[in-house]
Ligand binder design. Structure first.
Ligand code: ME8
Length: 671
């Protein structure tokens, strides 16, 4: 029997329309769902909307609508967006559905029968936008919500309480014995510390508004939105019918492989409240609560008042106009930021990522491979390329260093995907792609094709055969990220069955080998380069400039005289100073050994009047890594460190003081 995999997104509040943050979580869950299907697992993928609560009631009232009318008007925005983003969810749950009401009320009764619910009186500070109670100790200065910073209200009401305190120990035990329960690791520690401060019983009903699911048998109360919302994850599987096929398959009694993908903002609800409810109901806990970081927009928090909310519809529409479409957006979201860390969105970053990885690297490999196989090999893909030959000719160029095994790339990909390290998985694939582009550059198949020598013909076949294999592996493994564009490449590689029906066995990483006689079928380029108006204007300006003498850089620089492409030619890297000593007979020059990731460089810098060698060791700096080496007082300098200011007082550019925690690793590209 295939393994089962259940994956969910948060159900999104309907008091707002979807933005890039919602798109991020949903695309991440979709990539994972598609990947799991690709490797042959039975997947159930759920998303939906969270429609009850005081906030929705208020927003609807403000618009002169009944809550039901209001939520019905917003939900289609989410559904349409998921269709647009090619999200492959199996179900879409709305908390206003009858199946959900039945499920939540049943769970409430189960907890009541267990003796874990009692009636009391609640008095505390309440944040309406967050639907959360806070003690006065937790409040920020000026009685503000510690989560969102908005003013809170004092509420006193009769309430049902859930005995959460009773589950403090069992929950801690579960987290200790299940290291995968909260991911990534840093979040796990945060949750453990939170639980250790002591779990209070939780107020789980409200009487101050009506828009919610009534407490069974006491209709004056509605059930707390988080108890209501979290239950969606089992409603969709058929709860309370735990005998339901779907329920047994995706939430079995033993170790369900259920993963809740969420943003870090709602981790506490998922990693504390939800497991406590489940423990009380005698249900097993999900395998992993996977939380990701936060997107800011050009360095700022996204908010309506700042007017910087990124609308995914608009982004996709623009990418569509450039022929890139939704896959460029999906790729950017997954590649730009390590899952779990915060990230920053800007249009420049989006365009530059798409142009460099998709149009240049993958697009180039695709174009050259397909074109040249057609032109030089009559369209037939070489079935047994001799990649050892390439390794011998270009030792160390292949991603799989000298005699490496091709299967290493897909294997690394699979390992990264298992831990949802999307950006690592992608980076591994793209390293492969760009090293093959280099092999093509250096072997120059266009010249080999003109040669009559057997040796040259064999090399031509080897290079194009291996390129085709890399392309096939890319089409398959990148299909969870870019389903439509990879289908395009797949078809051009001559496959007729849909890529979405492809299944791979991860224990056999050679799925990309070609049978003899496979014919390619050339078609349009999947990733045209984005030549936006701005980039065009910058280019035109720089071309204009290059015709006239260039102003020296240190005259303060001029706005708009350097194109992005030209800027990207400067290879700026994070470096860590390992050693530093003064250059004899110079009061200004310091010789340093700097780790820039894959190598260490000797760099001589004129910083000796502002820094002592001892003060430099251990510092993280920015290195220009592709300068021609020069000799300064007879010593070779293989690069430059960036600094600003007068020679006596200058300051090195870097990443703040303190230890390495949180600083980018040596070798990281600075952009
Ligand atoms: O919290 N960066 O719904 P919600 C990254 N209904 N992700 C972001 C983001 C940002 N700037 N902004 C939002 C709720 N998100 C509850 C959930 S689940 C049982 C109930 C994403 O509409 C992220 O996934 O406020 C976050 O967790 C979610 O949207 C919050 O969505």
């Amino acid at each position: 029997m295939n393994e089962s995999f259940y994956i969910t997104t948060p159900i999104y509040y309907v008091n707002d329309v979807p933005h890039i943050g919602h798109a991020y979580t949903t695309v991440a869950a979709d990539v994972m769902a598609r990947y799991k299907r690709l490797v042959g697992e039975d997947v159930y993928f759920l998303t939906g909307t969270d429609e009850h609560g005081q906030k929705v009631e208020k927003t609807a009232g403000g618009k002169g609508l009944r809550p039901r009318e209001f939520v019905d008007s917003i939900v289609p925005r989410y559904k349409e967006l998921w269709r647009l983003l090619n999200v492959s969810n199996d179900d879409f749950i709305r908390t206003t559905e009858e199946r959900h009401k039945k499920s939540v009320q049943h769970l409430f009764r189960v907890l009541q029968e267990k003796g874990d619910i009692y009636k009391g009186e609640y008095e505390d500070w309440y944040c309406i936008p967050c639907e959360s109670f806070w003690t006065s100790l937790q409040l920020k200065e000026g009685n503000k919500c510690p989560d969102c910073g908005r003013p809170v209200e004092k509420l006193k009401e009769e309430s049902y309480f859930f005995r959460m305190s009773k589950y403090e120990k069992p929950l801690l035990e579960h987290i200790e014995t299940h290291p995968d329960f909260v991911g990534p690791e840093s979040r796990r520690n945060e949750i453990v510390s939170f639980i250790k401060t002591g779990l209070r019983d939780l107020s789980i009903s409200r009487t101050t508004f009506k828009w919610g699911i009534p407490v069974p048998g006491d209709e004056r109360h509605v059930i707390y939105v988080w108890l209501d919302a979290l239950t969606n994850y089992i409603t969709a599987l058929g709860y309370p019918n735990t005998d339901d096929e779907k329920f047994k398959k995706f939430w079995p009694e033993e170790n369900p492989v259920a993963v809740h993908v969420i943003g870090k903002d709602i981790l506490r609800f998922h990693a504390v409240y939800w497991p406590c409810f489940l423990l009380a109901a005698g249900l097993p806990l999900p395998k992993t609560i996977m939380s990701h970081g936060w997107w800011t927009i050009e360095g700022e928090k996204m908010s309506k008042s700042r007017g910087n909310v990124v609308d995914p519809y608009a982004v996709v529409e623009e990418l569509d106009r450039h022929g890139i479409g939704v896959d460029g957006f999906r790729y950017f979201l997954m590649r730009e930021v390590p899952f779990g860390l915060d990230g920053d969105y800007s249009r420049e970053a989006l365009v530059s990522r798409i142009n460099s990885d998709l149009a240049n690297d993958l697009g180039n490999l695709h174009f050259r491979t397909v074109n040249m196989i057609e032109k030089y090999l009559g369209g037939e893909v070489p079935d047994k390329p001799d990649y050892e030959k390439i390794n011998r000719m270009y030792p160390g160029w292949f991603p799989l260093k000298p005699s490496g095994d091709l299967a290493a790339v897909p294997m690394f990909f699979n390992i990264s995907m298992k831990s949802m390290s999307f950006n690592n998985a992608l980076q591994g694939m793209f390293d492969w792609v760009s090293s093959l582009n280099k092999v093509i550059d250096y072997s120059a198949p266009w010249t080999l094709a003109k040669s009559d020598k057997e040796e040259d013909k064999a090399l031509l076949k080897a290079v194009l055969g291996v390129s085709a294999q890399a392309l096939k592996a890319s089409a398959v493994l990148l299909s969870p990220f870019m389903p439509s564009k990879m289908q395009m490449i797949w078809e051009q590689l001559g496959h007729t069955e849909p890529l979405s029906s492809m299944r791979i066995d991860i224990t056999n990483p050679y799925f990309f080998i070609y049978e003899k006689g496979q014919k390619i079928k050339r078609g349009p380029a999947p990733f045209p380069r984005i030549e936006t108006e701005r980039i065009k204007a910058l280019k035109a300006a720089s071309e204009q400039k290059s015709k006239s003498p260039q102003p020296p850089f240190d005259k303060g620089g001029q706005k708009g005289d350097l194109s992005i492409d030209d800027f990207m030619k400067v290879d700026l890297r994070v470096g860590k100073i390992l050693e530093a000593e003064r250059v004899p007979k110079s009061d200004k020059l310091i010789k340093m050994r700097i780790d820039i990731g894959e190598e260490t460089r000797q760099i001589v810098g004129g910083i000796g009047k502002a820094y002592s060698p001892e003060g430099l060791v251990g510092r993280t700096v920015v290195v220009v890594a592709n300068l021609k080496p020069v000799r300064l007082m007879g010593i070779e300098s293989q690069g430059m460190v960036l600094a600003a200011g007068d020679v006596n007082t200058l300051k090195l550019a870097g990443f703040g003081a303190g230890d390495d925690a949180g600083k980018p690793a040596p070798g990281t590209r600075v952009k």
